[in-house]
Design a protein around this ligand. Structure first.
Ligand code: MG
Length: 146
């Protein structure tokens, strides 16, 4: 799981606690996180099995979140295309490692990093299509994920 989930009740915690409403993302999208089981004693359990496939936001939402995260961390980034290619290839390498060594744990996350870095490079190009060749010592560390 790489995102928060919200378990929604219709009231605050107290002795006569609120009733369960649903499980949703921060964006309010409902999530199916498990299976309701009648325990037979008047109680029900929402069973969240560890082998359920991971749930995640749609790709575009993940990309937008990653762009916001990068902008908060690095601010506006303006690099020469050579520098952008170095950063992009680093992210592609991380995605490749996920395919070869950590499948499927980090693959999707790293591909979001690849997409975000590509978008940042395009925005940088659009701001300045003829940048001076900046050296890496004047550039911040790679922009992508960790
Ligand atoms: Mg990464």
């Amino acid at each position: 799981m790489n995102q928060a989930i919200n378990i929604i009740f219709d009231g605050p915690p107290r002795p006569e606690s609120g009733r369960f409403v649903e499980v949703e993302t921060d964006e309010g999208k409902g999530l199916n996180v498990g299976e309701w089981i009648d325990k037979g004693d008047g109680l029900w359990a929402l069973r969240i099995a560890p082998d359920l496939p991971p749930f995640h936001l749609p790709a575009q939402a993940e990309l937008e979140n990653e762009l916001v995260r990068q902008n908060r961390k690095w601010g506006e980034q303006n690099h020469h295309p050579e520098r952008w290619m170095n950063i992009l290839m680093e992210e592609v390498g991380e995605a490749s490692q996920a395919v070869l060594k950590n499948w499927p744990l980090n693959y999707r996350e790293e591909m979001v990093h690849v997409a975000a870095v590509a978008i940042q490079a395009i925005k940088s190009f659009d701001r300045d299509p003829n940048p001076s060749l900046r050296t890496t010592e004047n550039s911040p560390e790679p922009t992508g994920g960790e």
